[in-house]
Design a protein around this ligand. Sequence first.
Ligand code: NAD
Ligand code: UDP
Length: 389
Amino acid sequence: MASSSARVDLDGNLIKPLTICMIGAGGFIGSHLCEKLMSETQHTVLAVDVYNDKIKHLLEPDSLPWAGRIQFHRLNIKNDSRLEGLIKCSDLTINLAAICTPADYNTRPLDTIYSNFIDALPVVKYCSENNKRLIHFSTCEVYGKTIGSFLPQDSPLRQDPAYYILKEDTSPCIFGSIEKQRWSYACAKQLIERLIYAEGAENGLEFTIVRPFNWIGPRMDFIPGIDGPSEGVPRVLACFSNNLLRREPLKLVDGGQSQRTFVYIKDAIEAVHLMIENPARANGHIFNVGNPNNEVTVRQLAEMMTKVYAKVSGEDSIETPTIDVSSKEFYGEGYDDSDKRIPDMTIINKQLGWDPKTSLWDLLESTLTYQHRTYAEAVRQSIAKPLAN
Ligand code: NAD
Ligand code: UDP
């Protein structure tokens, strides 16, 4: 519930209610951010997306305590003249819209590049021309591969953080060759970051760039054949959830050796909330937002999710919980991978005093409890149906 008492920012200044144009508000991150802004602030959200399933619970009924503070605008930013008007009448624009599932990067590279660069251009332009603040969602993938991944396997330097920690202001962006179309996404995100940075430097655009490091939690992506296409390949949390719900082995791409750090969506949303309400501390910055303490290999993630799911569902795990698949078989030609992603937290800690809190086990427990409660029955029915026919 939004507090009626006056709220202050990190420097003790009164926070005024803002109108926020949130593009991509109907997605995973957008839905959590809308929830936060409705329940804990007095800000108004103009929620722009082509879908609204994940925020329906915030839009209806009219008796909700925040009714009137959130409006849904169904529009595709590729080709809708209403966008500029929405940005003009807002204090702040947050752009989350993107194609951001790795299965698309190498199979739909044109859509990926258009979505992450070309379609974001008018948003940046309208903000710059109308002197509106912009929070733009980029990705940790702009770092690409670590420097350490190019060292010999037995090099002791691989253990030196200087060769793998990813730091906003010093780490390079290292992508694979052009035929490795996986990097179409990272490259498009990098170019839009550079454009935003240049708009800031040359035209005074007030911007903040967010680089999420594997934010996960309820409502991420879809379960194939239940609330998304049967042949669709979502991100790893939803792929593994789907396998667990169907009692199938979890598929480890190229042996599951890649490493990731996972942060709980609710922790990460706290960081965005701080950026929204502390412009003087957030403007002009690029922020890593992740949890360096939650590092695992994809294989370890699969093993942990298998254990957690057995606990929350009360079902024993299957005899062969994981199988190896090649990346070519799983994603097709042109796939490549980030080897390791550990965020440096110095800048966000110094500017906003933010630190993630939730352990990987705890975040998986609450997320898989949600997945089980939301999908187990529907999956059971979808498996039973073909047998009944
Ligand atoms: P998501 O796919 O759940 O949400 C994106 C939303 O944008 C979707 O609802 C989609 O319908 C909407 N959208 C896309 N194109 C649109 C268009 N042309 N017009 C209107 N709406 C459009 O993804 P997410 O996980 O919420 O990610 C949000 C942002 O964060 C993206 O920019 C993504 O690249 C970035 N990001 C997320 C993560 C993560 O861990 N979740 C990691 C790295 C980067
Ligand atoms: N992955 C996997 N099995 C799956 C789905 C993904 O082994 O069923 C791997 C993928 O190859 C990558 C990691 O899990 O190494 C994370 O994938 P995700 O789709 O979440 O996105 P990324 O972190 O690569 O952006």
